[in-house]
Ligand binder design. Sequence first.
Ligand code: SF4
Length: 193
Amino acid sequence: MEVRIAYWVENTFSEGPGKRFAVWFQGCSIKCEGCITKELWDFNGGKKMKTSRLLEEIRNSYEKNRIEGVSILGGEPFDQKKPLSDLVSGIKELGLSIIVFTGYIYEELKSKNDSFINNVLNSIDIIVDGPYIKELYTENLYLRGSSNQRIILLSNRYSEADFEKKNSFDLKYKNGKLLIVGFPFRFINNGRK
Ligand code: SF4
C-alpha cells in the first residue's frame, strides 16, 4: 500500500515524549486559517512511498537510534486513512508507541464507525486532536498550537505526567533542506499574531 508523505526525520525529542521517529503526511482537506504548514495541503505534493518501505525506515531508526516511538503528523493523517491504518498496524508490531496529530475531533472520528479509522484509534497510544484555531493560539500547551486541541490517552502506555512539558524544537538538515521540527512558536510566528 502507498502513502503520500512530505518528509520524515529519523529521531527528534520535540514531537512527543522520548526520542521519536516523526513523519509528516502530505495533503490536508481541513485547511485551518493560520496553518503554518500550508505547503502540506496539496494532495499532489510530497512523494508516494510504500508503507512497507516507511516501516523499514522506522525499524532502521529503532536499531540505530533506539527510538521509543513514532509521531505521525501532517498535513492530515486521517485523510489517508487506509495507509495510515496499515502503517500503525506495522508500527504496533514493532512494539513502538504511536502518537497521531489530527485536525479532526476524536469523537467525530469515532462516530464514523469506519474500520480503518477504528483500527488506527485502537492501535495508537495518543491522539492530539482538533483543528488549529488562530483566535485560540497558545504557546503554553505542550504539543498544541491552539487551546481547543487536546492530548487524549488511548492506552496505558503513557500518563498525563508525560505531557507536562514545555515545547521545544530541533533543526534538521535533510536532502538539502533545513527542517524545523517541533514547536518553534516565536521563531516561526513572529508577526503572525
Ligand atoms: S489540520 Fe493541521 S495541517 Fe491541516 S490545515 Fe489544520 S493545522 Fe494545517
